[in-house]
Design a protein around this ligand. Structure first.
Ligand SMILES: Nc1ncnc2c1ncn2[C@@H]1O[C@H](COP(=O)(O)OP(=O)(O)OP(=O)(O)O)[C@@H](O)[C@H]1O
Length: 220
């Protein structure tokens, strides 16, 4: 089975006045096409850092990271950006919506960058996430939960190979959170994407096929 994400003995520390603070201390795991994985761990355990490294947004100190078979370590920034455009979608705690674009344009923009700007799919994902009445709104006029749903719709509309989501349902009520999960799992079943999801919720973690727990810089 094709591996979408491979970590082998990945180490990462951040500098501090007292010297480097290790956050990842030899992290190894992989995620195959069509698999779902929950990443749990206490606040500050390095979950977001791990996702940033997987997305090629944060450099790492040693070990190997591969996305869709491509080794990120030696890649130039331009090649990393290209890989993010076409193969990876990110839903982060900061939604990073483009303020000058409407909801529908925010969603379509990323899908087009990925070469998958299918209008009917965009409309279907937007409707499923309850955004149909807000398609022409600008992000600043939306609530936090609505902005979060736009960020999720944008990620799903691009039909990525690898979906990396950091607490994607953190701001949402139970019903909406359930719909978001369903949509993410649909993407995995329909397209064979891999999903890695950071969560503090045992109930959401239980919905993923695999669960990894980050503690003291190591996975268990
Ligand atoms: N850019 C940075 N510079 C220095 N230290 C950082 C940086 N980013 C993260 N850290 C530190 O790395 C550790 C892990 O942070 P990270 O955000 O990955 O944890 P987390 O498990 O995602 O936490 P949370 O659940 O609260 O979001 C923390 O001690 C944090 O202070």
């Amino acid at each position: 089975m094709a591996m979408l994400l491979e970590f082998d003995k990945v180490e990462k520390s951040f500098p501090s006045n007292d010297g480097p603070v290790p956050v990842l201390r030899g992290v190894s795991f992989d995620l195959a096409a069509g698999q779902t994985l929950a990443l749990t761990g206490e606040s500050g355990s390095g979950k977001s850092t791990l996702l940033h490294v997987a997305a090629g947004l944060e450099a790492f100190d040693s070990g190997t990271v591969k996305v869709a078979g491509q080794n990120l370590g030696p890649m130039e920034d331009g090649a990393l950006a290209q890989l993010r455009r076409t193969d990876i979608a990110l839903v982060f705690q900061q939604f990073n919506l483009i303020p000058s674009l409407t909801v529908t344009a925010n969603i379509a923009f990323q899908a087009r960058l990925a070469g998958r700007g299918d209008a009917s799919h965009i409309a279907q994902v937007s409707a499923a996430l309850g955004l149909a009445d807000h398609l022409n709104a600008y992000p600043e006029t939306l609530s936090g939960g609505q902005q979060q749903r736009v960020a999720i719709a944008r990620a799903l509309a691009a039909k990525p190979k690898l979906l990396l989501a950091d607490e994607p349902t953190g701001n949402l009520d139970e019903g909406t959170a359930e719909e978001v999960l369903e949509q993410m799992l649909d993407l995995v079943t329909q397209t064979g994407a891999g999903l890695m999801l950071v969560t503090h919720s045992p109930a959401i973690a239980a919905r993923m096929q695999r669960r990894l727990h980050l503690k003291s810089g190591l996975l268990a």
